[in-house]
Design a protein around this ligand. Structure first.
Ligand code: COA
Length: 328
């Protein structure tokens, strides 16, 4: 726990952006050997958004960042840095974060990408928090933006039905912890990785191995098994690190990969589904964008209120996994 007077990263604004084109399960069933019933039963996914040709992660990310800045009541001139979670960058380099920076008209501060696949937003949040607490800037945009549709094998029914495109962003601002660590801000972040599981979920291309961008490959059953066990452990770790009980959590805002994984973690936390923010039915898995998109939705519809405790968790390729506890 971070004590009184310590610098803390406070959530000042949230925003999301989804490309307009909706692709339903029935749309996929028209061109693949799958069905709405199979996809809904195994994953809870009903539809996803797909970016139009030529629309890049930086386009989606810049829209989400604009929305988050507007929610915070800030202009781009306030931004000291951008940390972007993406696994579908515009180009190998420069970092897509600098494309977002340029699209926002910002010409100062830092901007870089974090690659931790579906855990990317938790990693980016942890990095941005560390940058704020070590004085690299006081207002940092943390963005998650993905065009997963560009790296899917649209003939592989076991993977292509699971993912979607989108972006979300938050504005973190330096604040100060109150007496006894009270007051708003990120309480802690918890990051894990185990590369011995790298081949359970990977993209079979890249400048090193093939010179092409490649396609998503996954052992779904194994990823599912690790997801439930590792997410249950990391949420316990986050609560224990802050001396908090499961009952203190107002909202679970999980990475949105699969409704069955989300329900399993909620059950372990003894949290009713009314206190879990779910978007996977409409967004599918948007990798690094799913948590900020869910936060944006819950903020916009009035569910998130000052003083509440938000628990975020994610797992993804790597395997990487992590959690963050945030007081609103
Ligand atoms: N439509 C219809 N059938 C499908 C299908 C689809 N879209 N995808 C796979 N199947 C078939 C398989 O071919 C298999 O058929 P077979 O028994 O004839 O070989 C059958 O369904 C069962 O496949 P299996 O992979 O064992 O199913 P599952 O119950 O494990 O569910 C997932 C598959 C992918 C939904 C599930 O494993 C999962 O959600 N895993 C986690 C994936 C994830 O969230 N990854 C991202 C983490 S960030």
């Amino acid at each position: 726990m971070r004590g009184e007077g310590a610098v803390r990263s406070v959530l000042a604004g949230v925003g999301g952006y989804l490309p307009p084109a909706v692709v339903t399960n029935d749309d996929l069933a028209a061109r693949l050997d799958t069905s709405d019933a199979w996809i809904v039963e195994r994953t809870g996914i009903r539809e996803r958004r797909i970016a139009a040709e030529g629309v890049l992660a930086s386009d989606l990310g810049a829209e989400a960042a604009r929305a988050a800045l507007a929610d915070a009541g800030l202009g781009p001139e306030a931004v000291d840095g951008i940390v972007l979670a993406t696994s579908t960058p515009d180009q190998t380099y420069p970092a897509t974060a600098v494309r977002i920076q340029a699209k926002l008209g910002i010409r100062r501060g830092f901007a870089f990408d974090v690659a931790a696949v579906c855990t990317g937003f938790i990693y980016a949040l942890a990095v941005a928090d560390a940058m704020i607490r070590t004085g690299h800037g006081s207002t940092v945009l943390v963005v998650g933006a993905e065009v997963n549709s560009r790296i899917l094998d649209w003939t592989d029914r076991a993977t292509c039905v699971l993912f979607g495109d989108g972006a979300g962003a938050v504005v973190l601002r330096a604040g100060e912890a109150g007496p006894g660590g009270s007051g708003p801000g990120l309480l802690s972040t918890h990051l894990h990785a185990d590369g011995s599981y790298a081949d359970l979920l990977y993209v079979d291309g890249g400048p090193g191995v093939s010179g092409t961008s490649g396609h998503v490959r996954m052992n779904g059953r194994e990823v599912f098994r690790h997801a439930v066990a590792k997410l249950s452990a990391v949420v316990d770790e986050a609560l224990a690190a802050n001396g908090l009980d499961h009952a203190a959590v107002d909202w679970l805002v999980p990475h949105q990969a699969n409704l069955r994984i989300i329900e399993a973690v909620a059950k372990k936390l003894r949290l009713p589904m009314e206190r879990v923010v779910v978007t996977v039915d409409r967004h599918a898995n948007t990798s690094g964008a799913s948590i900020p998109l869910a936060l944006a939705e819950a903020k916009a519809d009035g569910r998130l209120k000052p003083g509440q405790l938000v628990l975020m968790e994610a797992i993804g390729g790597g395997l990487t996994w992590g959690a963050a506890l945030l007081r609103l």
